[in-house]
Design a protein around this ligand. Structure first.
Ligand SMILES: Nc1ncnc2c1ncn2[C@@H]1O[C@H](COP(=O)(O)OP(=O)(O)OP(=O)(O)O)[C@@H](O)[C@H]1O
Length: 232
C-alpha cells in the first residue's frame, strides 16, 4: 500500500491584477506529495515557486483550485484566512532562507517557543526542544545563543523549530540559499532524514541543484505551470 498523500494541490491558480494586465503567477498546478516524500521544486525566477508555497502553506487562498491536507480539503477560493491560520499551525512547519532565530533565546528556547505560543507549559516544552535538537545532532548547541552558531547550525535549529509540533508537512523556501555547499547539503540531508524517519512530507523550493540527488522527486515550474519534460 502506498503512503498516504499529505499535500494535494488540485488545479491551483493565483492571478494578480498588474499594470499590464492579469499576472498568472500560478496557472493550474496539480501536485500530490506523500508521507515520507522529499520533493524539490525547481524553476526560473518568476515561475511561481513562492506563490505555490504561499498557497500550499495556507498563507493565501487560491484564485482557483483547492488545497487538501491529509485527506481534508482546507483551502479554496474565499476560504476564511483565520481558519487557515489554525490549520497551518497544527499541520505545517516552515523553513525560510534565513533562520530568523530570536537572538536573546538559546537554541533550545527558540525551538520551545513555538510550542509555548500554543499554551504548553514551559518546562516540558524546553525538554522537548532539547530532545529535538539531539535528534538533529545539535544537543551540544542547545544552550548556545544564535550568534554563537554557524549559519548551517542556525538553519538546522530552524528546522528543529519547524518540527516542534510534529507537523505532517514541512515547506521550505530556499533553505540553503545563504549557505555554502557543504552546509547546504547538510541541511538538505536533514530534510531527507526527517522525511524517511518521521514520515513527514517535505517540499523544498530551491535553485540549488547541488543536492538534487537527495530528492525523491523533482518538479519544475515554468510560467506558473508544471513543466512536463524538463527536469533539473
Ligand atoms: N503580490 C503580487 N502581485 C503581483 N504579481 C505578483 C505578486 N506575487 C507574485 N507575482 C508575480 O507572479 C509571478 C511568480 O512569482 P513568484 O514569486 O511565485 O516566482 P518565483 O518562482 O518564486 O520567483 P523567485 O525564484 O525569483 O523567487 C512573478 O511574475 C511575480 O512578479
Amino acid at each position: 500500500m502506498s503512503p498516504p498523500v499529505i499535500l494535494s494541490a488540485r488545479g491551483l491558480a493565483r492571478h494578480y491584477a498588474g499594470p499590464a494586465g492579469l499576472v498568472r503567477a500560478l496557472d493550474g498546478i496539480s501536485l500530490d506529495i506523500q508521507a515520507g516524500e522529499l520533493v524539490g521544486i525547481f524553476g526560473p525566477s518568476g515561475s511561481g515557486k513562492s506563490t505555490f508555497l504561499m498557497l500550499a502553506g495556507l498563507l493565501e487562498t487560491p484564485s482557483a483550485g483547492e488545497v487538501w491536507l491529509a485527506g481534508e480539503r482546507v483551502s479554496q477560493p474565499g476560504t476564511d484566512l483565520d481558519r487557515l491560520r489554525e490549520v497551518r499551525r497544527q499541520k505545517i512547519g516552515f523553513v525560510f532562507q534565513k533562520a530568523n532565530l530570536i537572538p536573546f533565546l538559546t537554541a533550545a528556547e527558540n525551538v520551545a517557543l513555538s510550542l509555548e505560543l500554543v499554551d504548553v507549559a514551559p518546562a516540558p516544552v524546553l525538554a522537548h526542544g532539547c530532545r529535538l535538537l539531539a535528534a538533529l545532532d545539535l544537543s551540544h548547541r542547545a544552550d548556545s545563543l544564535p550568534a554563537r552558531l554557524s549559519g548551517g547550525e542556525q538553519q538546522r535549529v530552524a528546522v528543529a523549530r519547524a518540527l516542534a509540533n510534529s507537523p505532517p508537512l514541512i515547506l521550505a523556501d530556499e533553505p540553503t540559499a545563504a549557505l555554502d555547499s557543504v552546509r547546504g547539503r547538510q541541511v538538505m540531508q536533514l530534510f531527507r532524514r526527517i522525511a524517511a524517519s518521521r514520515g513527514t512530507a517535505v517540499a523544498v523550493v530551491t535553485h540549488d541543484t547541488r543536492s538534487a540527488d537527495l530528492f525523491d522527486r523533482r518538479v519544475h515550474l515554468e510560467d506558473g505551470r508544471l513543466a512536463t519534460r524538463r527536469q533539473e
